[in-house]
Design a protein around this ligand. Structure first.
Ligand code: FES
Length: 507
């Protein structure tokens, strides 16, 4: 069934993190359970284990096999939605806190990889924001002014060694960084195991029950994990049905990897001033070559199924700047959860003492994940932390009221789709490898024909809050536009917040 899924392969995916992690097949007790084994979950678990707590990490898939394996790993502490936007949304004090914490996250990665001697290609480099031809130069003026207010070091420059950019103004942010995320997490996971932490893959949590002095996690297998605290680090939370989901929205982003002669392009993080912006970085390839990673062409999850056109646009954009690129080696897409005010939700939700959350990567998933590791352990241990207010999950981003309405209109529009006709009039029209929505009476069916011709039918109703699913032909899955769940063609959950599989169709 997954023959077409191979089309989507990130540059990192050959590295496996904790490949021996097994399903948890028994009841278990620990100080803390972390649900979600991406960068956030593993970072939180590591910081807890360092402090001597017993930790169990649970993931419904592979360890670090979710969106963390699809990042492009820009370790840029500056807000990727622009510093001027951050400043206007959060004010000076909190914007400073955001930047300081994102910088601290990069410093923490640097110190951990050094201490654990993880060979993960970590290196400091410049971040270069360059002016897109469509943008006015005042965009850069605003960024410089905001950088000064927040205390971010920035320099102006003109002329990059890229075709068409030899006269283009840019801003240079020194001391950004990059690395190989899965090599890094492989080292962190090894260290966690040595410290006695338990990592369990293929272990789905289906219920989170908070008591006065403990939390019970019910597993799909029927077993129970009993802990003092639980951290839900699934980016789109599985335990919170509504509150956080109204303050963040899922977006698909696309990335490609091309061979390039080593040394042809300066090792730096590049991005432009378009909205959505393009981003470029390098990573070591094989035979002395580099791989140039280019990304962008974002859209709201489920609102387009035209990946080939988006990859063509990315190819054309990068080949204008770097005409002598080598062959394409990778293409993939990932999902980011954009929050209303560009900062993640990390901490305790109102009314919850023992269940904490890390959600809303806002396109800076790696640094946000590591920030969660810097904050959550202090909250569990009852210590003060200056980051609490910056990432408070209960904050109401009043300045983002317009965005709040426009993002949440997705769900309203989505429910109207149940009244629309199907995409095909009959399942007989389905081609091998194709998925489509078909109406049958009052029901909408998510139908998929395997390469061998077998048809799989499921209800096209997301099991999180009931939104209407959309087919993603590139990733070969059903995407939920409302809060970012993904389901495989057989109905099983691939991505949170959904917990249960798609329902069967009543004949
Ligand atoms: Fe919330 Fe689908 S992810 S309704």
């Amino acid at each position: 069934m997954n023959a077409k899924r191979e089309r989507s392969r990130s540059v990192w995916m050959d590295v496996k993190v904790a490949p021996d992690a097994r399903r948890l097949q028994a009841d278990h007790a620990a100080d803390v359970a972390v649900v979600g084994a991406g960068i956030a979950g593993l970072s939180i678990a590591y910081e807890l284990a360092v402090r001597g707590l017993s930790v169990v990490v649970l993931d419904r898939g592979a360890i670090a096999g979710g969106m963390t394996s699809r990042t492009t790993a820009h370790l840029a502490p500056i807000c990727d939605d622009s510093l001027s936007e951050l400043l206007s949304m959060r004010g000076q004090e909190l914007a400073k806190g955001f930047h300081a914490s994102q910088s601290a996250a990069v410093d923490r990665i640097e110190s951990i990889q050094k201490e654990l001697q993880i060979d993960c290609e970590f290196r400091r480099l410049d971040g270069i924001l360059f002016l897109d031809p469509e943008s006015d130069e005042s965009v850069l003026d605003d960024e410089v002014s905001a950088a000064m207010d927040i205390g971010v070091t920035v320099e102006r420059g003109k002329g990059l060694p890229l075709r068409t950019l030899d006269e283009r103004p840019f801003l240079r942010y020194p001391a950004q960084a990059t690395f190989h995320p899965l090599k890094y997490l492989r080292g962190v996971a090894d260290a966690l195991t040595k410290k006695g932490a338990r990592l369990h893959a293929n272990t789905a949590v289906i219920e989170v029950k908070e008591g006065d002095d403990h939390v019970e996690l019910k597993l799909e297998s029927g077993h129970t994990v009993t802990v003092g605290h639980a951290v839900i680090a699934t980016n789109s939370p599985i335990h919170d049905l509504v509150a956080l989901h109204t303050k963040q929205a899922p977006y698909r982003t696309y990335a490609m990897g091309f061979e390039i002669e080593a040394g042809k392009l300066n090792d730096a993080l590049y991005w432009d001033t378009q909205d959505p912006y393009h981003y470029v970085r390098l990573t070591p390839g094989e035979d002395g070559k580099d791989i140039l990673i280019v990304g962008g062409e974002d859209h709201k999850t489920g609102e387009a199924d035209d990946a080939d056109a988006r990859f063509a646009a990315l190819t054309s954009w990068i080949k204008t700047l770097v005409p002598d690129l080598g062959p394409e080696r990778y293409r993939w897409s990932g999902q980011v959860m954009d929050t209303l005010d560009y900062c993640g939700f990390i901490g305790r939700e109102a009314g919850s003492e023992r269940v904490l959350v890390s959600a809303g990567d806002s396109g800076q998933g790696i640094t946000h994940g590591v920030v969660a590791g810097l904050l959550i352990p202090d909250l569990i241990l009852g210590r003060e932390n200056y980051l609490t207010a910056v990432y408070d999950p209960n904050r109401k981003p009043l300045k983002a009221a317009t965005t709040y309405v426009s993002e949440n209109i997705t769900a309203v529009k989505n429910f109207a789709e149940y009244l629309a006709p199907g995409e095909l009039t009959s399942i007989d029209e389905l081609k091998p490898g194709q998925g489509a929505i078909v109406r049958r009476g009052l029901s909408k069916i998510a139908a998929y024909r395997t390469e061998k011709g077998e048809v799989i039918e499921k209800l096209a109703v997301c099991t999180h809050l009931g939104c209407h699913l959309h087919w993603n032909s590139f990733e070969v899955c059903w995407d939920c536009p409302c809060h970012g769940s993904h389901f495989s063609p057989d109905g099983s959950v691939l991505n949170a917040p959904a917990i249960g599989p798609l329902s069967d169709v009543d004949e």
